[in-house]
Design a binder for this molecule. Structure first.
Ligand code: NAP
Length: 267
């Protein structure tokens, strides 16, 4: 459920797994206007849904309609998945942070959050999941930079290891970091590239982008040219889908080359 949802790659992922595991069912896109959200969510059990994903702009508002909100989602202040229980009650969970961390491990199996500071660009919904998961994984410091400083200041309430810098300090804040993450929409299809210079970034830093359309943003291309290991947002999307599928269908699905091919065919 989202508004709009037409761009979503989630049907490709879940319908691929439904076919692979021989399950009866389908994953459908549900465009739901914000003022119809309560009715749509309350209708899920009666319509026979195992659950659904929740995306922009409903991630925060949908929480109020849950019977149970799991602790991680509670701390994130947003849900990305609803699971309809056998008794018809609705559980809200958020797997975005899990998906993000797992995407780094898939790209770099020995990756550890405690290697050094992380710099997160952006302070929207994706940033909240990334910052919280990095703190939970033991990042010693999370530097946060957002065009609108007040939103970064709000996110800093997540923990005292979060340090907010002004947007104009974004390039200098790269000094000494082990991880650079873009969670802004800059570099996304139809948007200009992110306005940053990587000169101060240590050669060993991992560079990741939450964006997956395109798979290689200008930021990731510039980082790759400097020799950094890069991680695009597709891994986050695929990995957040795994626990959701498991909760709905009782099977923990695998991310296979065939799934990657199915996604690639949609670009
Ligand atoms: P959001 O809540 O709307 O936040 C957008 C962020 O982009 C804000 O920090 C905003 O800064 C910043 N921004 C917008 N225009 C900017 C500009 N011209 N210069 C600098 N910063 C700018 O969106 P979101 O849900 O966090 O999503 C952000 C990105 O992450 C999107 O590209 C989305 O596709 C991606 N994402 C990926 C996944 C995944 O699974 N891979 C999951 C979620 C999101 P201000 O506060 O100053 O407006």
């Amino acid at each position: 459920m989202g508004w709009p949802v037409a761009h979503s790659r989630s049907p490709v992922i879940h319908n691929h797994w439904i076919a692979q595991y021989g399950l009866r069912g389908t994953y459908a896109l549900l465009p739901v206007q914000p003022d119809k959200l309560t009715d749509a969510i309350r209708g899920l059990p009666a319509l026979g849904f195992a659950g659904c994903n929740i995306t922009i702009p409903h991630k925060v508002n949908a929480m109020a309609m849950m019977d149970v909100v799991h602790p991680v989602a509670q701390r994130m202040g947003a849900i990305n998945t609803i699971v309809v229980q056998a008794d018809g009650s609705l559980h809200g969970v958020n797997n975005d942070g899990f998906g993000y961390i797992q995407s780094l491990r898939d790209a770099k199996p020995d990756w550890r959050a405690d290697t050094g500071p992380a710099l997160v660009l952006g302070a929207g919904g994706a940033a909240r999941a990334v910052v919280l998961s990095l703190l939970d994984e033991g990042a010693p410091e999370v530097r946060l930079v957002n065009r609108t400083r007040s939103k970064a200041d709000d996110l800093a309430a997540l923990g005292d290891r979060v340090k907010v810098y002004d947007w104009r300090e974004r390039n200098d804040a790269m000094a000494g970091v082990a991880l650079l993450v873009n969670t802004t929409n800059q570099g996304m299809h139809g948007q200009p590239g992110l306005d940053v210079q990587l000169d101060a970034l240590p050669a060993s830093a991992l560079v990741s982008d939450a964006i997956y359309i395109p798979l290689e943003t200008p930021l990731l291309a510039a980082a790759r040219a400097r020799g950094h290991t890069t991680v695009n947002g597709l891994g986050m999307l695929l990995n957040q889908a795994r626990p959701a599928f498991h909760a709905w269908f009782g099977v923990m699905p695998e991310i296979t080359p065939a799934l990657h091919q199915a996604i690639a065919a949609t670009f």
